[in-house]
Design a protein around this ligand. Structure first.
Ligand code: BES
Ligand code: MN
Ligand code: ZN
Length: 489
């Protein structure tokens, strides 16, 4: 864990292991950078030809005879591109570049000493320091880490408040990451339901709907997908309700605890990362946990659609037909397109709760990864204003999203010869859009936004960047929290 505080100390008085200072692209020095370099007897920049202040670059320099143990230069990218988001990334790079440092001080928050930027730097340090090693027999001692955000001057009251907010959201992100990283045999639907029930601020109510409830309420999607597994599906409902709420926002998360593909079995290499297929549910759970503490003006319901897509003697078959919560019949053309089946039930149920806004988060399609790569989530929506709000919230939160269209002509591709709709669609490309169009069938005219997080929910070692680590990233938590906190009427 990390403790962060703000201080307006002099660099020369710092007793720390490393002081991290920023450098903009082209070698332009950030706050305090010239001073620490001068203390090291360096005034010519660049120090090494390779370090140019690019985003993602770090360079550690020894600091013999100085009170601070060493200096870490971190690239900030173009000076005119500085934002809370770029500082969050840089602070994450700092935290990961010095994994053994116990005491860190940084001037990064001085680059842009607004509340949002201070919170972003605190986020980056905390999220970049989070390590997943619960499942090692002999975990490395990580110990307590302490970070000081250097700021120009008092009052630091606002900074302390920003740091407190950051602590709450980062704990929620860490919770979501841990859920994703848990081995899938130990995180089946009932186990995840239990984990999110235990981890609950007092302000949030929770109900776990079991398979009997699902049958009674006609949740054929969750039941159909769950049939192949010995561990039955669950629908978790969490509610945060302030006094006189302005609106009712329903968040829906895809919670496939493991996606084998079902009878349309995935090849081994594609299956390997499929414990991440509940990343949407983890993000919704994390967002509710944070909102319970931070508060917001809307009533918020979080729905976690939990099922394991396994194979077994009772598994659903390609060409089976199921009926979802709202009565729509779906031909299961491909059992590996299971996410949209469980989401159909949860979206329909969310609508029946009287949602004014629906936002869903799902590791829905490999096609979204083909289109946008590992870091960027696909955003689709039936409402331009809502799409803009979600995109703005994501930009604040330092998560990359990019909007994709929902062309009305493609809707016909979902037609089935035997049921209302089929779950695959004419397989002619546009896979992410077809999945979005499928979900759109279940939201009626409620303003709805869909985030396909198949890429950024889970990163390979080669794709680690900034505050986003290897494995489960907790992607979506901070976007949802910032979206909910923007709800003002
Ligand atoms: N869970 C996968 C999507 C996915 C892929 C998530 C890669 C994270 C990384 C989803 O259930 C799936 O299997 N989708 C299929 C859909 C297809 C059968 C229409 C896919 O993308 O191949
Ligand atoms: Mn699948
Ligand atoms: Zn899936």
């Amino acid at each position: 864990m990390i403790t962060i505080h703000a201080a307006s100390a002099d660099l020369a008085d710092l007793d720390v292991d490393v002081v991290a200072v920023g450098v903009f692209k082209g070698g332009i020095e950030g706050p305090g950078t010239a001073q620490v370099l001068a203390a090291l007897g360096l005034d010519d920049f660049p120090i090494t030809p390779g370090f140019r202040g690019d985003v993602g670059q770090t360079l550690r320099l020894a600091a013999p005879g100085q009170p601070f143990g060493s200096v870490l230069l971190v690239g900030l990218g173009r000076m005119d591109g500085v934002s809370p988001a770029s500082l969050r990334r840089a602070a994450g790079d700092v935290a990961r570049a010095v994994p053994k440092a116990r005491r860190i001080a940084t001037t990064l928050a001085e680059v842009h000493p607004t509340r949002a930027a201070i919170e972003a730097v605190a986020d980056g340090l905390a999220l970049g320091s989070h390590v997943a090693q619960r499942f090692r027999s002999a975990p490395e001692e990580v110990g307590e880490r302490e970070a000081t955000l250097l700021l120009p001057s008092s009052p630091l009251g606002d900074a302390e408040e920003a740091i407190r907010r950051s602590r709450t959201t980062c704990a929620a992100v860490a919770f979501a990451r841990d859920l994703v990283n848990t081995p899938p045999g130990q995180a089946r639907p009932a186990e995840i339901a239990e984990a999110v029930t235990d981890h609950l601020p007092a302000e949030v109510r929770v109900t776990v709907h079991d398979e009997a409830w699902l049958a009674e309420h006609g949740c054929g999607g969750l039941l159909g997908v769950g049939r192949g597994s010995a561990a039955p599906p669950r629908l978790v409902e969490r509610t945060y309700e302030p006094e006189n709420p302005l609106a009712h926002v329903v968040l829906v998360g895809k919670g496939i605890t493991f996606d084998t593909g079902g009878l349309n079995l995935k090849p081994g290499t594609s299956m390997m990362t499929m414990k991440c297929d509940m990343g949407g549910a983890a993000a919704v759970a994390g967002a509710l946990a944070a909102i319970g503490e931070l508060g917001c003006r809307a009533k918020v319901t979080g729905l976690l659609a939990l099922a394991e897509n396994a194979i077994g003697g009772d598994a659903q078959r390609p060409s089976d037909v199921l009926t979802t919560f709202d009565g729509t019949t779906v031909e299961v053309v491909n059992t590996d397109a299971e996410g949209r089946l469980v989401m159909a039930d949860a979206l329909g149920y969310g609508r029946s709760l009287g949602a004014d806004v629906l936002v869903d988060v799902a590791t829905l399609t490999g096609a979204a990864v083909v289109a946008l790569g590992p870091w960027t989530a696909a955003l689709m929506a039936n409402d331009d204003g809502l799409a803009r709000d979600v995109a703005d919230a994501a930009a604040d939160a330092g998560e990359d999203v990019w909007r994709l269209p929902l062309p009305v002509e493609l809707d016909a591709w979902l037609e089935s010869p035997v049921a209302d709709i089929d779950n695959l669609g004419r397989d002619k490309g546009a896979g992410a859009l077809l999945a979005g169009l499928f979900l759109q069938r279940f939201v009626g005219d409620v303003p709805w936004a869909h985030l396909d997080i198949a890429g950024p929910a889970f990163l390979g070692a080669q794709d680690v960047r900034g505050h986003q680590p290897e494995g489960g990233t907790g992607f979506g938590v901070t976007t949802l929290v910032s979206f909910l906190q923007r709800q003002s009427g």
